[in-house]
Design a protein around this ligand. Structure first.
Ligand code: ATP
Length: 319
């Protein structure tokens, strides 16, 4: 019987559990033995493999986080740690390793491939900042969390006539800020991909204020600036009262949305389908509404930047 091991790595994201469930159950369906690895590459090094059953992934699809735990393993990046990981994979007779994570996790999987281990990567990170794929599992849930939070903050901003500055996650990319900004009708969206011009933002605030708009929502991507610094500059330039909310880990947790669980289930199943065809060393990617498999070297060359036309649209609609 061939063996699949599955792990989650990097930051946790809602929907990861649905991927684990799909890999385990579809794997068993096709006659594989499926092992779960605890705490990402750290667990590989430590030989923390557990045989999974249909039952062991029951009742997890509705939860955020990852039941396999996740880690950022510094040891895996060292020569000794990597050698230990290889040795453990061989000792446990693992034929295929499914890695659920972001760019860093894919780099780790690609290194394992070079060392002769067949791997498949499923994209999981709330930031949607991964090369090769237009969608990463967890993004939709994070967007909905931001939207819900902004709707609540808006009530207070409107009542007190304040400029509400909301700092959102996204690491060095602005995907969350941009799409949440469009969804919540933010007056301004500050992104690392676009030159920051606080003067223009202030002019826009003053103009809309003079037309009778008494409060505003500004989304700031963590990759461009700190919300508090932006608030300081805006209140110095406009004399408007500002209020800052840093959403932080609120955005990482929570029950996955239908979209995330559907894509997660389909991508987890696609990982097993590719294994069945021995089409390994591939990123399971979302491209133009389809789930495809892309070799790692092609994936890393396909940068996934923000859609500037959406940025322009958000600007036009925020009047
Ligand atoms: P997220 O986008 O959620 O942060 P990520 O997968 O990009 O997810 P990282 O912390 O960058 O998160 O990577 C996860 C783990 O993958 C690292 O802790 C490390 O063990 C491994 N890894 C990252 N980069 C490399 C690399 N260049 N070579 C080998 N292993 C790597």
């Amino acid at each position: 019987v061939k063996r699949i091991a599955v792990l989650t790595s990097g930051g946790d994201a809602p929907g990861m559990n649905a991927v684990i469930r799909a890999v385990v159950r579809k794997g068993i369906h096709h006659g594989f033995e499926v092992f779960g690895v605890q705490r990402g590459y750290e667990g590989v090094i430590q030989g923390d493999f557990h045989l999974m059953t249909d039952h062991s992934v029951g009742g997890i699809i509705q939860h955020g986080g990852t039941v396999l735990k996740t880690a950022r393993s510094e040891a895996f990046k060292t020569e000794e740690g990597f050698a230990a990981a290889l040795q453990q994979l061989k000792a446990h007779y693992i034929d295929y390793l499914v890695v659920i994570g972001g760019d860093g996790s894919m780099a780790g999987a690609a290194k394992l491939t070079e060392a002769g281990i067949a791997t498949i990567v499923v994209p999981g990170t709330i930031d949607n900042d991964m090369a090769g794929t237009e969608y990463t599992i967890g993004f939709d849930t994070a967007l909905n969390t931001v939207l819900e939070a902004v709707n609540k903050i808006r009530d207070t901003a409107a009542s007190h006539e304040r400029v509400a500055i909301v700092e959102v996650m996204g690491r060095s990319a602005g995907h969350i800020a941009l799409m949440a900004g469009l969804a919540c009708g933010a007056e301004a969206i500050l992104l690392p991909e676009e030159p920051l011009d606080i003067g223009t933002v202030c002019e826009r605030l003053i103009k809309s204020h003079s037309r009778g708009k008494l409060y505003s929502i500004i989304l700031v991507a963590e990759g461009v600036a700190k919300g508090f610094d932006i608030a300081g500059e805006i209140s110095a330039k406009t004399k408007f009262e500002t209020h800052v909310t840093v959403l932080g880990y609120i955005q990482r947790g929570g029950n996955p949305t239908a979209t995330d669980n559907i894509i997660a289930s389909r991508m987890g199943a696609a990982a097993v389908d590719n294994i069945l065809q021995d089409n390994v060393n591939q990123l399971i990617a979302w491209q133009q509404g389809q789930i495809v498999a892309l070799p790692y070297d092609a994936a890393v060359k396909t940068k996934h930047g923000i859609d500037l036309s959406i940025y322009e649209l958000a600007g036009i609609l925020a009047r």
